[in-house]
Design a protein around this ligand. Sequence first.
Ligand SMILES: Nc1nc2ncc(COP(=O)(O)O)nc2c(=O)[nH]1
Length: 288
Amino acid sequence: MRLDADRTLVMGVINVTADSFSDGGRYLDLDAAIAHGHDLIAQGADLIDVGGESTRPGATRVDPEVEAARVAPVIKGLADAGVPLSVDTMRAAVAEAAIDAGVTVINDVSGGRADADMARVVADSGLPWILMHWRPVDRVAARAGAPFTHGVDDAGGYRDVVAEVSGELLAQVDSAVDAGVDPDRIILDPGLGFAKTADHNWALLHALPTLVGLGFPVLVGASRKRFLGTLLARDGQPRPPAGREVATAAISTLAAADGAWAVRVHDVASSRDAIAVAGAWRSGGRRG
Ligand SMILES: Nc1nc2ncc(COP(=O)(O)O)nc2c(=O)[nH]1
């Protein structure tokens, strides 16, 4: 997986879960998940993120065995067909199963903080590692059934969310490098919506050039998230997830213009088109 592509990559999403906020339950069936993966590639995805444990507010942890059993067959089926894949997991054991199945990127929403073994697994694999920011994740219990910690209060609040998220991400990088991970294989992600308010999310997106300026590829995961629904609310009713694709594509356009490594989206085609527009705009159409 190239970390220095000359355009912003599009990461499609397959949530092999029962309860993800926007597509929960649709891809628990192996054939459906694999078919969806091929569809996302046909829409222009550069890679596909496969997750087996929803982290949405109100979700609870699943057994590691359940999580691995969900993601490994999907990863193997798609990897055998040559599809570039990331696995969305906080667990070292699940990452190992995914690596055995053919995954080429580890996407860790805990940024290495939920499982002390993860850094070793990633270092040994030599694969790229996405370190996402989620301040209270150290309070996410390892046991199945425990609820996730999404409350903004759990994060203790932010005085300067951009400076604090930047500093905490760099601390996660230091920990990864200390554990033997090649810094050139590290990708950062501000963790939009993870124990953060809508204002925090917009401040982080507004400061994307600052995050990119930290010197690592940056992944932006805003697709269909609640803060978009809040922005587009009518008569006090937030826009439902299915109605947030245009907003998601707009963010993909702006993220591409600001040099994001990739955007993580459920609807690939709309963001691929948006990024093509951003590329043509920035190059004066030279790339056609
Ligand atoms: N790196 C990264 N991974 C993620 N995984 C899940 C979700 C939650 O969204 P989903 O339920 O739509 O997958 N968001 C992110 C994110 O923002 N960044």
